[in-house]
Design a protein around this ligand. Structure first.
Ligand SMILES: N[C@@H](CCC(=O)N[C@@H](CS)C(=O)NCC(=O)O)C(=O)O
Length: 219
């Protein structure tokens, strides 16, 4: 039985969706942002970040891409990735790590610009530059989806689509603005929202419809 440390609309959303799609047994632990920021949470997640996934043996995994790569490998019968070790799986990992480091990780600089730049004008510039770059990363995904979608691995739905969906709800300045720029991404988001196994989980995060995510920008 897994333990999912979960905050509504945060980075645990993709893992929550993946556990539901795989029908994997898990205990859901809703947390508030304040609880995540308590020093005690660092004994669960060393960087004090969500997502974190508790394992049956008491260990905890962190880093969203690692958790996705672990879950699809631990439950290959659920077919949430290409066959492990195949060239397609290699491509799956490239896309997963690209999304987690560049769109998510790099995009976090705009979210927490105040940690890096003291003056307001400098912060605005940092946020604008980061968002420009993240837009280029979205354009890469859009191109791929338009050429060989509807899913990131082509005709096969996979955990990557849940991950991309999560990132898309954080679209800047809004999810709708991202959809307007990237119609194939919008199509993917609509198709994820239509998946029967995800209705309840998306409702629980308040994102069954576009626009449910409200940024609590720290910058
Ligand atoms: N590299 C990490 C990034 C995780 C991350 O940035 N999580 C955010 C929420 S989406 C967080 O927990 N922030 C802590 C805070 O805001 O105090 C991953 O991919 O899991």
């Amino acid at each position: 039985m897994y333990k999912l440390y979960n905050v509504k609309t945060w980075g645990s959303l993709a893992i929550h969706c993946l556990l539901e799609e795989m029908e994997a047994p898990y205990t859901n632990i809703w947390m508030s942002p304040e609880q995540v920021r308590e020093p005690e949470f660092r004994s669960v997640s060393p960087l004090g970040m969500i997502p974190a996934l508790g394992l049956a043996d008491g260990r905890t995994l962190y880093e969203s891409a690692a958790i996705v790569a672990f879950l699809v490998a631990a439950h290959p019968d659920k077919h949430m990735s290409p066959a492990l070790g195949s060239p397609d799986y290699g491509e799956f990992l490239s896309l997963l790590v690209f999304m987690s480091t560049e769109i998510y990780g790099f995009g976090n600089f705009a979210f927490s610009a105040a940690d890096y730049v003291d003056d307001a004008a400098g912060r605005d510039m940092l946020k604008a530059r980061v968002r420009q770059r993240v837009d280029q990363f979205w354009a890469m995904l859009e191109k791929r989806l338009a050429a060989s979608g509807p899913w990131l691995m082509g005709r096969e739905f996979s955990a990557l689509d849940l991950y991309a969906f999560m990132l898309s709800i954080w679209g800047s300045p809004t999810e709708e603005a991202l959809h307007a720029k990237c119609p194939a991404v919008a199509k993917l988001a609509t198709a994820v929202r239509a998946r029967p196994k995800l209705k309840a989980v998306l409702e629980s995060h308040g994102v069954l419809k576009p626009g449910g995510y409200v940024s609590s920008d720290l910058a």
